[in-house]
Design a protein around this ligand. Sequence first.
Ligand code: PHE
Length: 340
Amino acid sequence: MQNKILELKSAFAAALAEASGAAALENLRVEYLGKKGHIASLMSELRFAEDKKAAGQLINDFKTEVTEAIERAVEELRAAAIAEKVRSAKKYNPTLKMHEELGSYHPITLATREVEDIFISMGFTIENYDEIVDDYKCFEALNIPKHHPARDMQDTYYLDNGQLLKTHTSAAQNYIMKKYGAPLRAIFPGRCFRNESTDACHENTFFQMEGMMIDENISISNLIYFMKTMLSEVFQRDVKVRLRPGFFPFVEPGFELDINCEICGGEGCPSCKNSGWLELCPCGMIHPNVLREGGIDTEKYSGFAFGLGLTRLAMMKYGVKDIRDFNSGSLKALSQFKSI
Ligand code: PHE
């Protein structure tokens, strides 16, 4: 029996050296370790052996040897396959040319930055504020109590917890008054939301830039001066504007500042609802109730506020006819602007 085992051992070693590939190894495994393999038949012959114990031990050792050798060979094969895959994979080449098409800024980003620069140069700070606000900030603190009809104009999206998506950047007025107190000069751009049916000049998501200046002796002439300076800087030329009375519960008096439609030159087109004018910057003197709510001494201070329609400004400045292009994600429409 011992001789037989030795013979099988050397036969196995030779066969293993010959075996190339997973299929050959599997055949070898079956040949030796399978139900009808050599080891099994050695076992069945064991009862004829003289020294059963020693022979049994030899068979077991041989079995372990075969098992381990085959496992090792399979493992080597797998490692070799991986190494080959890595070797033949495309190598990262740092000298390859990068894709040349860079992104571009969104026109609203460009318009925002431009207006920010103008106001920074006039001593205003830039503030950031939440998009989700509460009823108090968006309405109550702005002299719009519950059930006030002015709320109808600003229907928006409410969350289950009673908070809402802000309908105008004015929602930050109270916070900023409380943060800085008087005197203050601040602008705060932001995204606003309204439940609107959309058309060429209305969207449910749009950008505004609110501005506030509070100090001693602030009057309407300050307001008009700042608006005029801002517009002539943005457009780099004289643009026709008109000021007409407008009602907002948080200003008194309140105005609508309209700009001559730059798309049609005032003739009338879908972008300006055929009126030739576009409401660009509602504004007014901050209502004393709003100042008081913000903790400002109304005996000493007064101020103005404006809510510049940034999205509309970008439309006029860049000649974008349809407001919906801004949120469309259409690269054809949006990639024509200054690249990064
Ligand atoms: N928040 C107003 C709106 O979105 C605009 C506004 C701002 C009016 C500041 C007056 C003063 O309709």
